[in-house]
Ligand binder design. Structure first.
Ligand code: CIR
Length: 253
């Protein structure tokens, strides 16, 4: 049964960081309801969902993907580029240590956020973004090279994280909203999709993906191509530059 880490939204969610979007009202109650529905998608499919300890003092703590990345046999605790997010790794580290999965950490001067790490096969594309720097990418490469992973740095200037702009289907096809992708040629197979909110998908199994309910044209395109698509509303998190990927981390041992 696949396993997933999540973290409930902080009461201070509305104070979350913004980099590329203007601040608009976030409905905290609706965000909580959307988060409950999101978690239910996985539970209904039999996934083992583990909530990290609440981090109510961290407005962006719900975006748990940014704090730890799992590769086969190694978890990498990140070092967020956003100072307001550094504390979030304390609880992520504790959960990983308790799970007994071997782990390493990104150290100063490196910064890395999980939203910048897109795994396709044994390649990790890593966004060089406002949150992830060259030192962080070099540290990740040093950790992964002995394990047979390629680490490919790609530029990210138009959105917060690499996975805000592109994610991958189960067959390795990278999908993204082209106007927000810095370098489409970085990916061997690229499928343009028609809406920015459709860029982020979570692979549920070999045939099914989870996607934002704000991307109906992308849903139609993926269904036409034979994918099963589960939609869930994440509007309140999208207002804070979040998306379906950043609300969870899949544990890989
Ligand atoms: C931030 O700026 O850090 C949060 N407001 C959003 C983080 C979204 N994380 C992600 O896409 N992996």
């Amino acid at each position: 049964m696949p396993a997933l880490l999540v973290r409930q939204p902080s009461p201070r969610l509305v104070e979350g960081e913004l980099t590329h979007l203007p601040r608009v009202d976030v409905d905290a109650d609706l965000a909580r309801a959307q988060w409950d529905d999101y978690v239910d998608v996985f539970r209904a499919r039999g996934w083992d969902v583990t909530p990290l300890s609440a981090a109510d003092e961290n407005p962006d703590g719900v975006f748990v993907e940014d704090t730890v990345v799992f590769f086969d046999g190694l978890a990498v605790i990140t070092r967020p580029g956003a100072l307001s997010r550094r504390d979030e790794i304390t609880t992520a580290r504790r959960a990983v240590a308790a799970s007994r999965i071997p782990f390493a950490e990104i150290d100063e001067p490196g910064t890395l956020e999980g939203g910048d790490v897109l795994k396709v096969g044994r390649t990790a594309y890593v966004g060089r973004s406002s949150r992830t720097n060259d030192a962080g990418i070099a540290q990740l490469r040093a950790l992964l090279a002995p394990r047979g992973w390629d680490v490919v740095a790609v530029p990210v200037t138009k959105v917060l994280h690499l996975k805000t702009a592109v994610t991958a289907l189960a067959d390795g096809t990278v999908i993204g909203y082209e106007p927000l992708v810095d370098d489409v040629s970085a990916f061997p197979t690229f499928l343009p999709i028609p809406e920015p909110e459709g860029s982020a998908v979570v692979v549920l199994d070999d045939r099914a993906v989870l996607i934002s309910a704000s991307a109906p044209r992308t849903v139609a395109l993926l269904r036409e191509r034979g994918w099963q698509v589960v939609e869930t509303p994440v509007t309140e998190f999208e207002k804070l530059e979040g998306c379906v990927t950043c609300l969870s981390v899949r544990i890989r041992t």
